[in-house]
Ligand binder design. Structure first.
Ligand code: GTP
Ligand code: MG
Length: 452
């Protein structure tokens, strides 16, 4: 027999949207836990991954889902904090997510991070649906806990129904302005051609049965073939976050999207100075329905098969980058695997010039997104790196040529105190933002001011 073990992996679902529109709350409801309550300042600090098995989905969705219609094992949700660019979630030159839920607050409509998410979904051609959240906040709303959305909408007064419909059609209009044909999900026949809008409430769980049903149906219908993988093969994944874990030093929160990673594997990880080759010390995993970032006591496991989230403990991870690839070597040629990681790192293209601004970002994906925006605007970049703004970045910016180039654009990263002081002293202009286009806009304003 051959050593293959073909199986269907869990589709990866990214949950995106503007700050406070309810991404984490929606996942909380689905998980039945209360991560939001434990979050500092109710802002999601880290990206997490949550595996929801099919039987749980079918229980929540009730009559809407017959589990025997499905052979996919469930859904793996990735929560992205609103201030964090979704572009982090990349794999081999594309989107890490197979499918996405764009969460939009019905009262707020489209906001800067909604538009940023839409741009990335478009660029990576990721299929998505829109969860029009907080329907319970429509004045006069009568909640029907956990009900399918058409049922609860029918039970509302005419006034409430028309208020909600007005808000929903505004969202559909915004989608259309952004080049997507959209409609209420129950009127969509072909989810590849049209975006389905699912009205929901993360407060009362109304519409959540619908949301899960649509996601499950979409994956089963359009993605089944892509889900066929050989789980016995060497694992391939993406780093979501690099962080210290008590007792384990620097660890990686990662999503494995192909094959298997084992606790005795040697892995290659993309680092600031190139590929890092290291031996796995431990694989730490949250149990199903628990959140990787709130789990205090991790369970050590022997192996993790795609698709799943895992925390990887290994020596020498200090230079590892969020957004970078991870590959297991196992029985493959070490040099070949290193070359593949090198290639993937090179693919994340940032063109630099002899003179230009310095850019810093929190992840490889966001660095790439920022650099492509600057390229479109013909703003030259001299140095592009992942990580906090340090004094040496200021030193580089000082020598950047034209006065307009003496600038550092920092996306979602910390600015070290001594770097801030030095920038002030050396007249290097510092721009910080969590939204790419706002960052570029403030730089543009600065250039205009210099030129006038
Ligand atoms: P970031 O992670 O900061 O980007 O925000 P988020 O999108 O994860 O939003 P979160 O789930 O933290 O929700 C923000 C606030 O909105 C919280 O106070 C929630 O309780 C509230 N909220 C979320 N969904 C609903 C809803 O459906 N109805 C009502 N009434 N409030 C909601
Ligand atoms: Mg959140």
């Amino acid at each position: 027999t051959t050593a293959t073990d073909d199986t269907l992996r869990t589709p990866i679902v990214a949950v995106l949207g503007h700050v406070d529109h309810g991404k984490t709350s929606l996942l909380d409801k689905i998980r039945g836990s209360a991560v939001t309550a434990g979050e500092s300042g109710a802002i999601t600090q880290h990206i997490g991954a949550t595996a929801v098995p099919l039987d749980v989905i079918s229980e929540i969705a009730g009559d809407l889902v017959d589990p025997t219609d499905f052979d996919l094992p469930g859904l793996l949700f990735i929560d992205t904090p609103g201030h964090h660019s979704f572009s982090t979630l990349r794999s081999r030159g594309g989107a890490l997510a197979d499918i996405a839920i764009l969460v939009v607050d019905v009262n707020d409509g489209f906001q800067p991070q909604t538009l940023e998410a839409i741009d990335i979904l478009k660029r990576t051609q990721t299929p998505f649906i829109v969860a029009a959240n907080k329907i319970d906040t429509v004045p006069g709303w009568n909640p029907n806990e956990g009900q399918p959305v058409q049922q609860t909408m029918d039970a509302q007064s005419d006034r409430v129904q028309s208020d909600l419909n007005e808000k929903l059609y505004e969202i559909i209009g915004e989608l259309s302005d952004n080049g997507f044909s959209a409609d209420m999900y129950w009127r969509v026949q072909n989810f590849q051609a049209n975006i389905g809008v699912v009205p929901v409430s993360a407060e009362t769980s109304e519409g959540i049965p619908d949301l899960l049903t649509v996601m499950m149906g979409l994956s089963q219908r359009y993605m089944k073939e892509e889900m066929e993988i050989d789980t016995s093969g060497p694992g391939v994944g993406t780093v979501l976050e690099v962080k210290d874990t008590q007792g384990f030093g620097t660890t990686l929160d990662a999503i494995i999207y192909d094959g298997t990673i084992r606790n005795d594997d040697t892995i290659v990880v993309g680092g600031l100075q190139g590929p890092i080759v290291t031996d796995v010390r431990a694989l730490l995993r949250p149990r199903p329905l628990e959140e990787i970032r709130t789990e205090q006591e991790f369970e050590q496991v022997e192996q993790v098969a795609a698709a799943d989230g895992v925390k990887i403990a290994a020596p020498e991870l200090g230079d590892a980058m969020a957004g970078a690839p991870i590959r297991v070597i196992r029985n493959r040629d070490r040099k070949e695997v290193i070359a593949e990681v090198e290639e993937e790192l090179a693919e994340i293209e940032v063109t630099t010039q002899e003179e230009g601004v310095v850019i810093k970002a929190d992840t490889l994906g966001s660095l790439e997104a920022l650099s492509s925006t600057l390229e479109e605007e013909e703003i030259p970049v001299m140095r592009a790196e992942v990580g906090a703004v340090a004094p040496r970045d200021v030193r580089v910016a000082e020598t950047a040529g034209e006065p307009t180039n003496q600038a550092i654009l920092a996306f979602s990263v910390e600015v070290l105190d001594d770097a801030r002081d030095l920038a002030e002293q050396e007249d290097v202009e510092l721009f910080e933002d969590d939204v790419i286009y706002q960052l570029v806009e403030s730089y543009d304003d600065h250039v205009t001011a210099i030129e006038e």
